[in-house]
Design a protein around this ligand. Sequence first.
Ligand SMILES: Nc1nc2c(ncn2[C@@H]2O[C@H](COP(=O)(O)OP(=O)(O)OP(=O)(O)O)[C@@H](O)[C@H]2O)c(=O)[nH]1
Ligand SMILES: [Mg+2]
Length: 442
Amino acid sequence: MIEYGQQEQDRVILVGLDTGEEKEFEHSMEELKSLAEACNKKVVGIITQRAPEIHKAFYIGVGKVEEVKEFARTREATEVVFDNALSPSQIRNLVKELDLAVSDRTNLILDIFATRAQTREAKLQVETARLKYMLPRLVGMRESLGRQGGASGSMSNKGVGEKKLELDRRKIEHRISELEKELSNIASNRMTQRKRRDASNIPQVALVGYTNAGKSTLLNHMVDLFCKREEKKVLEKDMLFATLETNVRYIETGNHKPFYLADTVGFINKLPHSLVKAFHSTLEEVLYADLLLHVVDFSDENYKQHMAVTADTLRELGAGDIPQIVVYNKADLCGVTDFPVVKEGASFASGHSDARNPVIYLSARDEQSVRGLVRLIQQIIYAKNIDCTLRIPYDRGDIVDYFNRYATVEGREYREDGIVMQVNCREQDASKFEMYLLRDDT
Ligand SMILES: Nc1nc2c(ncn2[C@@H]2O[C@H](COP(=O)(O)OP(=O)(O)OP(=O)(O)O)[C@@H](O)[C@H]2O)c(=O)[nH]1
Ligand SMILES: [Mg+2]
């Protein structure tokens, strides 16, 4: 029978185990459904089990495996996807028992990353993560594929199969080392760019947060308001993992308080460790930031959990102690009127219990909001600005130029021995040009 109007899709059953440890179990299952759909799979059923512990061999209890098998038969499912990362042996056992393709959350995330990756670096990073994930799971996966194609390995082929497996393993290991070499070249290139930015002494700000929170929308709106060229925009879209690479833009609002703004890959609950590692070099922009904008989709009922996941991932990256502004975005969808609203936030989620993050409620689509956020950013990163007076010799036009660009010049006087400038500048700049500083009474 031919069913018209239907694309051929994998028909999947989602399976989750509620051990009581995860607070937001249902949300996690909903998210798994979105992940499956983002992989173009049709979810034909969901089965959950409540049990205090994970079953070592099958992840879910033996009885539950039977139930999944029966359910899959009635729903004509072709694949079963588990909400947690399965161990290699669990995959193997489940494939054997269920006689279906078996996959897990990590695999879905890897698939989405693979289809979304645009830049060479993102593609290499995803491939590395994928191969590392596959390596210990080769046996189970091979069987899983075998099931799909209807093939089955006979005992007499076992020796041949093992040799082939060993060969595949070596090939994969070789490929991983090649990929890592190429990635480290790209990373060192980026390091050069970053060093150039560091040398410029301009503060660096990074957007971080859960996927789909509105990070790229904020960056684009700032680019719209403060940069001239259209091509500097990045992709913003209502989908999981729209952004997979880091994009840095120079934001200059005309008040001599510029900053670099980096847009980064979004986080998600149970983001595979292999991916965090693979994306580590891209995410290094976050580590070097002076300030993080932690963007939260305030209209999502699970926003608190998203914030906790973001905080955990930042800690995992080693960026848990960088000052943050918490940006509660999409205020337009939450009945909040009169945004932007700035408040003093709760104490830091991490390390410093005394440091307080400012909090801003806004909409990334609203111009006043974006302007308000930029003012707040500048207040914080330029908080340590100081007033000083310098006398700069006439042959050091470069320094005059530097202060014209990166400081607020409040007065200047052309004297015989040089230009005397009164400036409001960053502390570092004052000490960098200390030899030209004048005491107030000079
Ligand atoms: N209503 C409303 N929608 C918003 C707002 N900000 C962003 N969006 C929408 O939310 C969706 C996701 O926005 P993105 O900027 O792509 O989100 P992101 O944080 O960059 O997501 P990833 O790149 O996946 O990590 C898009 O459809 C945006 O148009 C807002 O303030 N209000
Ligand atoms: Mg984005």
